[in-house]
Design a protein around this ligand. Structure first.
Ligand code: PHE
Length: 426
């Protein structure tokens, strides 16, 4: 859906006025004072966005969209970019990969955006990213963490951490903090994010000396998880890792508690939605998940953002709102560093981004167009994600190397840079 088109309407009325003036021009008396030139149409810069605004991941799109809108509004109030006001052209991919592909195509070819934000889930960004790469339009995903997303090519960037890292953080937390020796995983086999993160977690947890009792899968939208949950119950795990999206996780948590599973549930960033606790209530109370940010982080830039967002949208910003805000601000910053705002210049400027102060942390693009950032672990307390601990990144390259050698002892495989969890906010 196109969110708004004020510029187009304005062009139309100016064009009509010009046509009318031209039609009347010939008969105007020569002594008539010259008609004042109409003010030039405000030059706008069109930024694209595709987001999951409806469907089972609807809060992902709504939050990132709100964050982007806030960032653009602020930048426009401060004079815009390259002397132009920024307009956002936004489409709903409905959480559907083929919708994402056509939205990106439309943004690139019909709307002719200079760059775009999107998508939310990794499978969506894999579909949209391939089109963006092919058409040569820079794309910045706020939230897609699967490693393969930026591997598509030099047009695809992200402002969030990568799942090689997130899997490590989850494994570390399950080992050090939850004291888990035996885990079970339950993932969505149809989502690149969920499957990839489960694999990453299992590899890292095993490397840290733990054992994976059982690994179960489902398909997003399934109603009945009893077969998988009964297998998990029989394995008697200390911790259950459920790297899915919030709608399925709510059902999984409720059904797990109902059959008497009491082990702590640990999730990935896909749990981040107010809908999770609203739907699952007590079933997720006390559970943990990995996030990009918390609204209770005392850093002044975080608190300023939380206050502005709350005032504008009437709800506290979740991590996706913060990532949408950071993605938009970082993209506008990059555009502002180009000579003319051409797509190729924007891709180079994005790649050159260093030490951008985001709400979700400091963002520098590495050679693979990824941001190396710390992760926060939160616990759901009275329905709200509450800060527990930060884990900051060792070199992602070292981590990737560490996951590889089969048969390596944990000591050999562990990168020396791997940090212990630090119990303090940055
Ligand atoms: N990381 C998830 C994915 O790649 C998307 C997500 C990010 C969801 C942050 C919620 C919060 O699919």
């Amino acid at each position: 859906m196109a969110v708004d088109r004020p510029t187009r309407r304005r062009f139309t009325s100016l064009a009509l006025a010009a046509a009318f003036a031209a039609a009347c021009g010939g008969s105007a008396p020569p002594e008539a004072p010259p008609t004042p030139e109409p003010p030039p149409a405000p030059a706008t810069l069109l930024l694209g966005e595709y987001a999951s605004l409806t469907g089972s991941e609807a809060t992902f799109g709504q939050s990132t969209h709100n964050g982007a809108v806030l960032a653009i509004e602020e930048r426009n109030a401060a004079g815009g970019v390259l002397g132009k006001q920024v307009e956002l052209r936004s489409y709903d991919d409905r959480g559907d990969t083929s919708e994402a592909g056509s939205a990106v195509n439309r943004l690139a070819t019909v709307d002719q955006v200079v760059a775009m934000l999107g998508g939310n889930g990794s499978s969506i960004s894999l579909a949209g990213g391939r089109v963006a790469q092919q058409l040569g339009v820079p794309m910045v995903t706020p939230s897609s963490t699967n490693a393969a997303v930026t591997q598509i090519g030099d047009q695809v960037f992200r402002v969030c951490f990568v799942d090689t890292y997130q899997g490590y953080v989850a494994a570390r937390f399950a080992t050090d903090h939850l004291k888990g020796d035996l885990v079970a995983t339950l993932y969505d086999q149809g989502q690149a994010y969920s499957k990839g993160l489960a694999e990453e977690f299992e590899a890292q947890f095993t490397r840290l000396g733990g054992k994976v009792g059982t690994s179960q899968s489902y398909t997003g939208g399934d109603a009945d998880f009893s077969a998988q949950l009964n297998n998990i119950k029989a394995a008697q795990p200390d911790v259950i890792f459920v790297p899915g999206y919030y709608t399925d996780v709510a059902n999984i948590a409720m059904q797990a508690r109902k059959i008497g599973i009491t082990a702590p549930l640990l999730g990935g960033d896909g749990w981040d939605s107010a809908r999770l606790a609203a739907v699952a209530g007590e079933a997720v109370e006390g559970s943990y998940f990995i996030s990009h940010y918390t609204a209770d982080d005392p850093r002044p830039e975080v608190q300023a953002f939380v206050t502005k967002y709350q005032a504008k949208f009437g709800a506290p910003p979740d991590a996706l709102a913060a990532l949408g805000y950071d993605a938009a601000r970082l993209t506008l910053d990059a555009i502002g560093r180009t000579p003319t705002g051409a797509r190729t210049e924007i891709a180079s400027a994005l790649a050159a981004t260093k030490d951008f102060a985001g709400v979700t942390g400091n963002i520098s693009m590495d050679a693979a167009r990824n941001a190396s950032k710390s992760a926060v672990i939160v616990q759901i307390k009275e329905g709200k994600p509450t800060y527990v601990i930060d884990i900051s990144p060792p070199e992602v390259a070292a981590l990737e190397g560490a996951a590889a050698p089969a048969g390596a002892t944990p000591a050999e495989a562990a990168p020396a840079a791997a940090p212990a969890a630090a119990p303090a906010h940055p």
